[in-house]
Structures are given as structure tokens and as C-alpha cells.
Design a binder for this molecule. Structure first.
Ligand SMILES: Nc1ncnc2c1ncn2[C@@H]1O[C@H](COP(=O)(O)OP(=O)(O)O)[C@@H](O)[C@H]1O
Ligand SMILES: [Mg+2]
Length: 262
């Protein structure tokens, strides 16, 4: 056996060990059946890398199971974390999502294999989070990205995630409404992005503060499709707060505040 082969063999043996180790650290998930689907080899390798880099200590139970991704609770060296793992087997990526990537000038080169697209999609959410967080838009702090695994600040306390806007009983809905309008405006004016999937399902409420989540599909305001998306975001938020009995500002006025050139 030549030297290179020996090294390769050693490496793949080590790789197997890494995977065994990572699997042990992915403790008692409530979803045993989907474990293999989520924690396949590339994903386990990514988690191992993040452990090696001292980003994650261990991964625990599932927080949420969506079509394209799963969110897991994890522990880092400085506290609680949320791991958003994009499913490398998800067929959803082959359908609608590609169209958003194709028009985004920040991601000019698109290949069509699924793993590549899933990685790119995770990168898009990470990039959007970073751009928003750096300008003070209330989103979970992005911590790290490796392939299809995105690590961010955990919104919640002691392993219990904060309620979504949809689930929260608000002591001061008017205040939360204004916080959200400010966030939407800041996103457009200072970051240049439109969320595109904003609703009571993608906002979390913790200690009377808001956190906007699920920003993977956010698109630059310079793109023609962004205005329709922005109108829909505004409509969703206004409908929700109107139902709560909050005095709302008209859709047109909010749109004007977001887009008017001063
Ligand atoms: N940073 C976070 N901290 C705690 N829980 C989170 C966090 N991010 C997402 N979640 C939970 O995971 C769910 C799904 O996340 P989300 O990003 O909205 O993905 P999707 O809706 O595409 O499945 C959310 O509704 C929320 O309950
Ligand atoms: Mg969501």
C-alpha cells in the first residue's frame, strides 16, 4: 500500500470515529425516525467541525421540524444555541426556492445539485442574519455556519424556546407592533433587505422584545420582486395586529415610510 492510500485509510477511519462521537453527542432526540434523515454523514461532519472549533459542546432535542430544515437546541461554550440544519434531502429546494437565488445578485453562480443549493441557501440565511444583526435589526445573533448547519443565539431560556408572536399573550401589543414596524423599516432602509416571509409565525417574543427569525428568503430591496414581498409582509403584520384590536397605521403609510427617498 502506498503512503497516500495509508493516509486516506487513516483519515476515513478517523472520520468514522468523528461520526460515532458526534452521534453520541446528539442526545435523545424526540424524533428517532428522522434522525438518520437529518444527521446523515455530511451533516454529522459539519456538527463535528463545529464541535472541534469549540462552537458547540453538544446537541440536544429538536425544537422544530419544517419542510426544509430542522431546528435543534444545542449548548455552546458561552451558553444556549439554536442549530438550524437544512435538510440535504429536501425536495423543496428543487422546487420554488431556486427562483429566489437566481435573481439575487449577491449569489451570482448557481449550480443545480441539491447539496450545493442547500449549502447556498443556508449561507443566504447566515448572510442575511449577519447583515441585519450588524445594523441592529432584532434577529438572533448569527454565530457560525458550516455547510448546511447554521448556529445562532437561542431565543428562550433554560432550554425553553420563547413563544412565537402567534403564541404569545402580549401585555403591550401596541409596543410590540411599533417595535415590528421599526424593524421592518430598518431592514429596508439600513440593510436594504425585505424579509419576504414575515408573519406572526416568524417573530419570537422574549421579555417584551421581538426577534425576527427565518430570514433565508429575504431579498434586496433593489430587486423588482421585493416590493410585492414587502407589501405582503406589511399586510400580514397589519392584519394580525388589527385583529388584536391595536390601532394600526395604513399599509400605504408604512410602505411610504420604508421606501420614500428623503
Ligand atoms: N434562534 C432560535 N431560538 C429558538 N428557537 C428558534 C430559533 N430559530 C427558530 N426557532 C424555532 O424553530 C422554528 C422554525 O424556525 P424557522 O427559522 O422559522 O424555520 P421554518 O419556519 O422554515 O421551519 C421557529 O418557529 C421557532 O419555534
Ligand atoms: Mg418559520
Amino acid at each position: 500500500m502506498d503512503r497516500l492510500k495509508k493516509i486516506e485509510k487513516k483519515l476515513s477511519h478517523k472520520e468514522e470515529e468523528y461520526i460515532r462521537e458526534s452521534k453520541l453527542l446528539v442526545k435523545h432526540s424526540e424524533e428517532y425516525e428522522s434522525l438518520e434523515e437529518v444527521f446523515n454523514k455530511p451533516t454529522l461532519m459539519s456538527i463535528y467541525k463545529l464541535m472541534n472549533k469549540k462552537v458547540i459542546k453538544w446537541v440536544d432535542g429538536i425544537i422544530s421540524s419544517g419542510k426544509e430544515s430542522r431546528v435543534y437546541y444545542a449548548m455552546g461554550w458561552k451558553g444556549e444555541l439554536a442549530l438550524k440544519i437544512y435538510l440535504t434531502t429536501s425536495l423543496e429546494f428543487k422546487k420554488g426556492l431556486i427562483q429566489y437565488l437566481m435573481v439575487d445578485p449577491r449569489f451570482p453562480r448557481i449550480r443545480h445539485d441539491t447539496f450545493y443549493l442547500v449549502k447556498l441557501w443556508a449561507k443566504k440565511e447566515y448572510t442575511n442574519l449577519k447583515e441585519m444583526y450588524s445594523k441592529g435589526v432584532p434577529v438572533p445573533k448569527p454565530i457560525a455556519l458550516h455547510n448546511n448547519v447554521l448556529v445562532m443565539e437561542f431565543i428562550g431560556k433554560d432550554g425553553l424556546r420563547a413563544p412565537l408572536l402567534r403564541e404569545a399573550s402580549l401585555s403591550n401589543p401596541q409596543k410590540i407592533y411599533f417595535l415590528l414596524l421599526n424593524a421592518i423599516e430598518k431592514m429596508v432602509r439600513e440593510v436594504g433587505l425585505v424579509h419576504g416571509d414575515l408573519s406572526e409565525y416568524n417573530v419570537m417574543i422574549l421579555d417584551d422584545s421581538i426577534y425576527i427569525i427565518d430570514v433565508s428568503q429575504a431579498v434586496p430591496i433593489t430587486l423588482p420582486i421585493s416590493i410585492e414581498l414587502l407589501k405582503r409582509d406589511i399586510r400580514n403584520i397589519n392584519n394580525y395586529f388589527a385583529e388584536l384590536g391595536v390601532e394600526i397605521i395604513s399599509d400605504e403609510e408604512i410602505l411610504r415610510r420604508c421606501t420614500e427617498v428623503e
